[in-house]
Design a binder for this molecule. Sequence first.
Ligand code: 4GX
Length: 242
Amino acid sequence: MTEASPAPWTATVLTLFPEMFPGPLGASLPGKALQSGLWALETVDIRDFARNKHRTVDDAPFGGGPGMVMRPDVLAAAIDATATGGEDEALIYLSPRGRPLDQARVREMSALRRLVLVCGRFEGVDERVIQARGMQEISIGDYVLSGGEPAAVVLIDACVRLLPGVVGAPEGLVEESFETGLLEYPHYTRPNPWEGREVPEVLLSGHHEKVRLWRREQAEAVTRTRRPDLWRRHGEAPKDKT
Ligand code: 4GX
């Protein structure tokens, strides 16, 4: 007899544009993992929860000003029909006002059972629905998108690649930027030379210990110059023996 497999890690996206999914999540690594049932994707069309015949989801801001705001009643109805409020689930609003996304947060979210991601359009959503439903606000960076959907894609992609069985060699994940607290060392492959540029000699030497030390130096140098913020935090973090 074959066992029914338990529900996989699931992303449920609340959006006015369900046709934007799976989008890039249907290709490459996340796409293959989706096909193999290692994770699941659901979309909920927020407009299905509109209450009038015109299916209105937005309205003018109180206090005046440009643009439109997503109505709290419509969004709350979509959330209440979707989210369970269980502690194996996170309810997230993607917004430039949110706490910046980082790899530690991605790791936590990939360890849950389900993410419910709310994608705002217009100037945003009524503040009261964020409070009333206890939504976590997360930003993918200091720039403004035309909607939360590309941010949801980014967040889901980052989570999915950490799920068991999605990335072939999990050792590779440990060495990565942000897991070590450093940016990655530079990579090289054939041909050598290429356009007159030589691959660093040490990489051709076969001395594994020298290669390891060279890569560590390179990672430190690039982190120090490009990301002084990461470099300072790396300096504060407890070091391992290597
Ligand atoms: N990281 N956007 C949210 C609507 C909006 C506008 C103003 C709150 C205030 C974004 C980001 C992002 C575009 C999603 C605007 N919400 N999301 N949307 N940066 O730019 O996550």
